[in-house]
Design a protein around this ligand. Structure first.
Ligand SMILES: *Cc1c(COP(=O)(O)O)cnc(C)c1O
Length: 482
């Protein structure tokens, strides 16, 4: 067995450790097809084992990896095909290998001079994404840990560009369906909560453009300084796309920074249908997207694209005497000056390797399949008179609820919500699928999102069967428990 007391693992040890890890990992991944969608039945001693402090002497690699995989089996199985809650992605194996390569090479990509070709790889993927979103030449971006951090940098750039150092009266515009990361970013950027102005949504759950225009005008008349309009390309709760062309026009007329939160919807830009539905996004000043959602990458992969990277730079650039040896390169970004991190992991490879390895068409095909499957879910549930399915999915989120006993779709109030809460519980208690819920207009809706590259037609049909059977059991009054 390798001598693990030596931190500098040698070549045969690398091969042996890698082989062991990949063997058990492959078993684990292969088992995902049949693994429970959620599991809270902890194996004996696991809770104690995961908390055990490290020993002074080397541990056993096989045992340690086994503990990890046991621990990873606990809770919600977000990697499995039955995960239809929130935003599934799966986590591509090729991206995990990219991670191994990037971390083992451990080059520094915070500033271009220390790793110009690696920064070039990341920059290449990001400028390609800019093109796919129809942003003009010169647009660029940065990879972040997720949509929240991408949004933070977008709000900071907008604030810096439109308000300068005096933040007083600066207001931004969202809806009740906008992700909380916009308000959180505003808070981190020093703006009071009351300056995050909530524009009413239409019955279709989209930002009401006329109401936005009126609110902006009223705020301006009251001496406030509107500076940012945030549209969403696929809201988190309902998957709805705001009217992006109209919002872009409003932002332009009013001199507001136009940010599009495409954290969920962004990946669909690779598909023909997605591009049609996201039309108008090319007018954005900034676009946040989450490859850890709609590009199937592992958690911790977000992207911010900006029309004018000089504005992102102006908002984030910082210097120090300790960096005096490192000079900017002409044609490559210093990522430390475009975002909040100085030292960062090389997230670029996580995008570059899967895209180059599998080819863009593979992603397009997967995403097209998800659009078809969500349409199937909508069709099937809408055809079942027990369910209310009020909105056609813009992308791949379908919301539904059981009608109350009376069968009408009027005000069921609390009773109907309670029934639907029990339905969600009943569905998830099967442990074959895992769904989540949201509240729209004060009413509880179950929410089914098809997005993982591991979720295919037979999984979705099984999920539909489980939804119907669970509804049947509720009606019969025979429940799984409690
Ligand atoms: C998920 C999501 C976010 C937040 O992204 P994180 O990667 O979780 O930080 C922001 N906006 C929308 C629309 C999202 O769906």
């Amino acid at each position: 067995m390798p001598d693990m007391a030596n931190l500098d693992v040698n070549r045969p040890e690398m091969a042996e450790l890698g082989r062991q890890a990949v063997e058990v990992l492959a078993d684990w991944l292969e088992a995902l097809e049949e693994s429970p969608a959620s599991d809270y039945t902890s194996p004996a001693g696991l809770a104690e084992r995961v908390r055990r402090p490290p020993g002074d002497d080397p541990g056993d690699f096989g045992e340690l990896v086994a503990t990890f995989l046991e621990a990873a089996g606990q809770g919600v199985n977000t990697a499995g095909p039955g995960y239809l809650a929130y935003f599934p992605a799966g986590g591509l194996y090729s991206a995990a290998l990219a991670e191994l390569l990037a971390n083992a090479a451990n080059r520094y990509t915070g500033l271009a001079q220390t790793a110009p070709a690696l920064v070039g790889m990341e920059h290449g993927v990001l400028t390609w994404l800019c093109e796919r979103f129809g942003l003009p030449r010169g647009a660029a971006g940065i990879t972040t840990t997720g949509g929240s951090v991408a949004t933070l940098s977008a709000v900071l750039a907008a604030r810096h560009d439109r308000l300068g150092e005096d933040l007083s009266g600066g207001t931004l515009y969202v809806t009740g369906h906008t992700h909380h990361c916009v308000a959180k970013a505003a808070r981190v950027c020093g703006l009071p909560a009351k300056n995050v102005r909530q524009v009413p949504a239409t019955d279709g759950l989209r930002m009401d453009v006329r109401a936005a225009a009126e609110l902006i005008a009223a705020d301006r008349a009251a001496g406030l300084r509107p500076f940012l309009l945030a549209g969403t390309a696929g809201t988190t709760g309902t998957g709805t796309i705001d009217p992006l062309p109209e919002l872009a026009g409003l932002a332009r007329r009013e001199g507001l920074w136009f940010h599009v939160d495409a954290a969920y919807g962004g990946g669909f830009q690779l598909t023909r249908r997605g591009r049609a539905r996201l039309a108008g996004i090319e007018h954005a000043d900034s676009i946040a997207l989450d490859p850890h959602k709609s590009l199937f990458l592992p958690y911790g992969t977000g992207v911010l694209l900006v029309r004018d990277p000089a504005l992102l730079h102006a908002a984030h650039a910082a210097d120090g005497d300790y960096l005096q040896d490192l000079n900017p390169l002409d044609d490559l970004p210093d990522y430390a000056n475009l975002g909040v991190e100085l030292t960062r992991e090389f997230r670029g490879l996580r995008l570059w390797l899967p895209l180059h390895l599998h080819g863009v068409r593979a992603f397009e095909r997967e995403l097209d399949e998800k659009l078809d499957l969500a349409a199937l879910v909508h069709r099937e549930l809408a055809a079942d008179p027990r369910f209310e399915v009020p909105w056609e999915p813009d992308l791949t989120v379908v919301m539904f609820r059981l009608r109350d006993e009376g069968g009408g779709d009027g005000d069921e109030g609390e009773g109907g919500d309670e029934l639907n809460r029990r339905l969600l519980h009943e569905i998830n208690a099967t442990r074959r699928v895992y769904l989540s819920s949201t509240t729209v207009g004060g009413r509880f809706y179950l929410r089914l999102c098809v997005l993982s590259f591991r979720t295919h037609a037979h999984h979705v049909r099984r999920a539909l069967r489980i939804v119907r059977e669970s509804a049947g059991r509720l009606a019969d009054g025979c429940l799984a428990d409690g």
